[in-house]
Structures are given as structure tokens and as C-alpha cells.
Ligand binder design. Sequence first.
Ligand code: UDP
Length: 236
Amino acid sequence: MLQYKRILLKLSGEALAGDEGYGIDARMVDRYAEEIKKALELGAEIALVIGGGNIFRGLSSAAATMDRVQADHMGMLATVINSLAFQDALERKGVFTRLMSAIKMEQVAEPFIRRRAIRHLEKGRVVIFGGGTGNPYFTTDTAASLRAVEIEADVIVKGTRVDGVYSSDPEKNPAAEMYRNISYIDVLKKNLRVMDLTAITLCRENLLPIVVMNMNVEGNFVRLLNGETVGTLVNQ
Ligand code: UDP
């Protein structure tokens, strides 16, 4: 029995960058695609949202002199580039996929249509949601929460390079402690950077559990779906 049947997996753009810190490292994409394939084989339904930070962010120094909306449009297009890379990696492994974009680009991706997205999932296709929410001033964390709620996902999994949610940044503070379970309200009160406030609030209002886990540990994703304790669970 799967712990979660329909999962929305959120990966940051940086996760795709590997050691370079920018751009797309095909080996990283391939590694994540493999984890997703294994999860599908268990019978899970998987939707994906990938960030764009490895290519462009609306709130970066490169965009400092730019109009914010213009810069955010660039960021959203960056997520489509990452999504295409992911789609390619999955399809090469024999996984059926559909890329749905929040910004219309018919030659490249289907438009996002909720009912169609759910149908794809039911048919065992991995649905990749590109283009964020389609709106500036939002993030892909918020896009992930929104899509997860829309498709009635059982959980939103935030795949990171740390093991879960810590009391402070574990990459800076070695004494940081990891939580196994924490409530939405404590995440907000303690100002823990699980996801941005809009995203957390949306999850909280819709009682959508969030799991933060290390996506760089092989087999972790499957262990989570099999009901093992992996990462940090954020819920009521
Ligand atoms: N973005 C946006 N609206 C959205 C999602 C993303 O404007 O709904 C833009 C924003 O400029 C953001 C960039 O796309 O900085 C990349 O997304 P994000 O920073 O969330 O990527 P990640 O940090 O996950 O790599």
C-alpha cells in the first residue's frame, strides 16, 4: 500500500545545476528522472514542478535594474526550459509525460487545463507543470502548492539537498536540529524557510501535507512513498 498515491514533486532549479551552480547538469536530471520512474512503477501518480533559479530569477542581481514583471517573465520561461530537459530525460527512460505550461506556447507544451492534467495522471503519465503560476510576483513553490491543491494531490514533496526542515540552516550551522514533524503554524512562527509564505499559507488553508526531503539520496523518494519515515512532514 502506498503512503501517498498522487504526489506533486517540487524541485528547485538549482537542484538541476549540480556542482556548477548554474545551468543544467544532464546527470542530475537523469538521476531525478530515475527516482521518479521507480516511484511510478510502484503505482504512484506524479506531477512535477521545477523551478528556474539555475537559469534566471526575477529577484536576482542580474535582474536588479530590470522591470520586475519583465524579469519574472524571464524566470517563468526558465522553468519551461528546465521542464523540457526533464521531459526529455523521463521520455528517454520510457516514461510517458506531458508538459503543461501556465503560459501559452502551443508548439512546446499543452496549456494547463486542470481536468486534462488529472486525466493524464490517471493514465500514468508524469505531468510537468511549466511556467510557474503564469503570474509575476509568485514563485514556483507557490505554483507547486497551487497545482497540488488543484489536482487534489495527497502530498507536496519538496526535494532538496538537505535531509529535511532544520531549526536553522544546516549548511551554515552544524548545531541545527532537524524536525521530523512540524505544524504549518510553527513553520510560519519560527520563520523556517520551507517554502515561501504564500505557498505555506495555501497548503495550510487546504490541509495539504508537505514533505521536505533529500532528493540526492538514492531511493529516498521510493522509501517515502512506501511509508518509511523520510525527511520532515509539515501538517496541521
Ligand atoms: N516566477 C514567477 N511566477 C511564478 C513562478 C516563477 O514570476 O509563478 C519567476 C520568478 O522570477 C522566479 C523565477 O520565475 O524568480 C524562477 O522561479 P523560482 O525562483 O521559484 O525557482 P527556484 O528557486 O525553485 O529554482
